[in-house]
Design a protein around this ligand. Sequence first.
Ligand SMILES: Cc1cc2nc3c(=O)[nH]c(=O)nc-3n(C[C@H](O)[C@H](O)[C@H](O)COP(=O)(O)O)c2cc1C
Length: 225
Amino acid sequence: MTEPYVPIPYTALPHLSDDERIARVRAFRELMEARRSCRMFADAPVAREVIEEAVLAAGTAPSGANHQPWHFAIVSSPELRHRLRLGAEEEEAAFYAGKAGQEWLEALVPLGTDADKAYLDVAPWLIVVFGQRRGGIEPGDKKQNYYVTESVGIACGFLLAALHQAGLATLTHTPSPMGFLRELCGRPADEKPLMVIVVGRPAENATIPLHATRKKPLEQIASWL
Ligand SMILES: Cc1cc2nc3c(=O)[nH]c(=O)nc-3n(C[C@H](O)[C@H](O)[C@H](O)COP(=O)(O)O)c2cc1C
């Protein structure tokens, strides 16, 4: 049965002056500026409730027709994490051996990445993100989903922001191709693995590529019409 349109009052938002808005959005920008992808994790545990809250935050994201076409397979078992590492390293070995092509490999030089994915064994949580081609709001729905990649991308942005707010380091990891993740997480054929979000505390002497701190200035990323 088609759910009817039921209008309810708009969510209460605070009444702020422009100065207050600027202060708030600047504080948020400063918070997000301090996020950096991490490739050297500590094995320190992180409570499951933190991950639950962050995933719930991701689940508040907008999505095509509100179908919420995402699934987060949350891996903490050391055995599964190790299998995920082996699967990823197999793909990455081929990728770095030349499958990626010269231009892509050159783009990765300033990041210093390679086929060794030791962090997949070390970080306490791996969130494998799937996009659902079919679904709907009710469990078991198999309706057409819309704008799956866009919707899941926004949800992952929320997830990264929430985890950063919780003082955790993350890495968006995309072993290519990612088909092995579907089998590893026991997900159905109509779900597409999109990324692995690695979560934990950074290792004590963790470093980051200087390149990652180079963000484009406003003039380069925005035009005002
Ligand atoms: C869609 C996507 C895929 C990525 N895949 C990988 C990856 O497979 N391995 C990796 O080490 N970093 C990966 N990254 C992280 C980027 O290299 C990183 O975001 C970029 O260098 C900027 O650094 P920052 O996240 O610290 O701002 C990915 C990022 C995104 C958004």
